[in-house]
Every structure is written in structure tokens, then in C-alpha cells.
Ligand binder design. Sequence first.
Ligand SMILES: [Ca+2]
Ligand SMILES: [Ca+2]
Length: 380
Amino acid sequence: MMFLYWRNVFIKRGYYSPYNLLLILLFFHACKPERSDTEMIESTFDLSQKKSCCEKKASRFDTTNSDSTKGMIWVPGGEFTMGTNDPQSYATERPAHKVKVDGFWIDETEVTNLQFKEFVDATGYITVAEKKPVWEELQKQLPPGTPKPSDDKLVAASLVFSPPSYSISTSDYSQWWKWLPGANWKHPEGPESNLEGRWDHPVVHIAFEDANAYAKWAGKRLPTEAEWEFAARGGNNNNARYAWGAVLRPNGIFMANTFQGKFPHNNTKEDGFSSTAPVKSFCPNQLGVYDMIGNVWELTSNWFDLYEYKNIDQNLVLINPKGPSKSNDPEEPYSIKLVTKGGSFLCAENFCINYRPSARQGTAYDSGASHVGFRCVKSE
Ligand SMILES: [Ca+2]
Ligand SMILES: [Ca+2]
């Protein structure tokens, strides 16, 4: 979190330099326009369309859950093609490679505000975004010599999407991300906001340690990137571009909560939602799992290495890979990042095409934001 915060501080204080601009660009490196989905069909959101779609998508497997796996879907183990060779993808997703995972249970939905509240009520847990940052910890992710901020900057806060009302260049991320004191999971848009009417939305402003604490309490864990991608692909090996097939909007139906219109200022919300949506608002995948794509980015347990896939032996089948032993992004050497997957309600055609199962993004491990959440898994 602090890494992006400091970039904003640099900019606001006039410390704007090409280096800092580069950092900003690379933080969301995967969010840049690379193609138009020509197969996209113009459509408006229609609940009757969605209903008919969902009725056709029965889960492939019985979900006879015990209490410990209530609300979870069993993903039978198998081999699949992870990543992609699609040239219309980001370099960090390539090349495709063979992976085999054991079977596991996965949460049917992203963890909701109500579920997270149950955890907080039971444990008294306080999230990272609710606590005043510790300068000594911040320093570890900042270039040497970075000056200590004034105390009024070292306050509990989180990153909130706050776009302008007019068209701007998509090259400066500080134009739509605001470091907002008082923003946290209970107040997603800041102190004046609350969760009324949003208990079934995914919880946001969750850092890695927050997600791990919830998972431990629930007797679960975060998925590896491989588990997440296998589940997002419906537990099969077709390596389709989208989680549901080759076409972004089959028969004009919106399959996920993403961003329509011109990012960041003009969200036409043709899919029905300008921000997070209640979980299960869109069709489940072949396994019966909801919103793996879109709505909110989802944390995994893997450290993010920008070049991880380039170093994989293509002749091997990786068995239950857990990713690199440490974060590595040479362009942001001080930022420690985790892999997040699936894209969010902010993924727009003109800016970001991360609403695909192979897409991957590095997110600072100590960060929360208004478009990042998580779900859990459980081994057999
Ligand atoms: Ca949307
Ligand atoms: Ca999601």
C-alpha cells in the first residue's frame, strides 16, 4: 500500500520524476490497452438474459458439503494449461505451460462483507487499513533515503477509486486513485460510506495478512495461483481466452462485472454495476463457482515474479506449483508483491483486459484497495 501511497505523495509534493511516473505505470502494468475484442457484441444488461444463462450452467459436480466445506465447491484435481500463448495478452502471462494440481475445495463466491464481519465479530480482528502505518515498515519498501512523511500523512487509510468526471490520459494512475484516510472494509469509500445494502458484496481493502487471518479462522487458506486459475477455467484444459470460452459476451450476455465505457471517467455500467456487485450476480462457471472473473481482484498465496513463466521448462509438468520463493519485479525492486487474479469492476476494454483466467497482476502484499478482495480454498 505504502508504495503507491508514496508515489502519490511524491506527485502531490512536486517530487514528480520520470522514475516515479515509471513506478506508477508499472504498479498497474497489466492495465493498458492492447486490443479491441472485435467479437464483442453490443448489449445492455438484461436480468432475463442472465437468468436463462445461469439456468443452463448447472454445476458439473455434486456439492454434498460437510459443515467444514459449506459454501465451497469441490474442484477435482487434474492437469491443465496455465498461462497463455495468445499474443493478445500481457508478457507476464506467457508462455503457456503444463500444470497439475490435486483436488481442492474452493469458496463458491468471493468472501463477502457479511462473512468478514462474522470473522471480525468473533475475533476482534483489526485490518491493516484500520491501523496507523509504522514508518520503519514502510521504509522497507521505499528507495533508500526516502524522507519520513509528516505525522498527518501517517494515518490509517486505503486506496479508493476516485475518477475525475472528465476525460484524461490513462497514463497517470494518481488521477483516479486516492489515498483516503478512514477508508477500510467497513467504509469502502471513506468514513462517510458504510456497508448498508452491501453485505453480500465482496469485502475490499484487505491486505495479505488480513486475508490469511480470515482464512486461518475459517479453517481454510488462500489458493495458489495454479489452483485459482484451474478453478477459474472450470477445472478443464481448454485454455480458452475467457473463463467461459472464446467470446467475451456470448450471445451478448455479460458474464462478469467489468467496466464498460471509457475508463476511468465514463462508466456506462451496461452490465448493471458501476462498482462491486453482490456475489452471484453473474453466471457461475462450469464448476458452479461465481465471479472468478471480474467484480474484485482476488489474492493468491503466490509471490509475484514478473518473469516467472519465462523461466519455466516447457517440457515439464509442474505439480502443485506454489510460485517463486520471493517477489521479484525488477522495475519496482522495493515493492513486495503477491499475485492477484481475475480482474475487477475496473477492467475496461480501452484500458485493461485482465478479465481473463491467465491474466495476473502484482499487488503490494501490505496493501488494500477498493477493487481487491479474496476467496479461500481448502485441501481435501
Ligand atoms: Ca460493471
Ligand atoms: Ca473476482
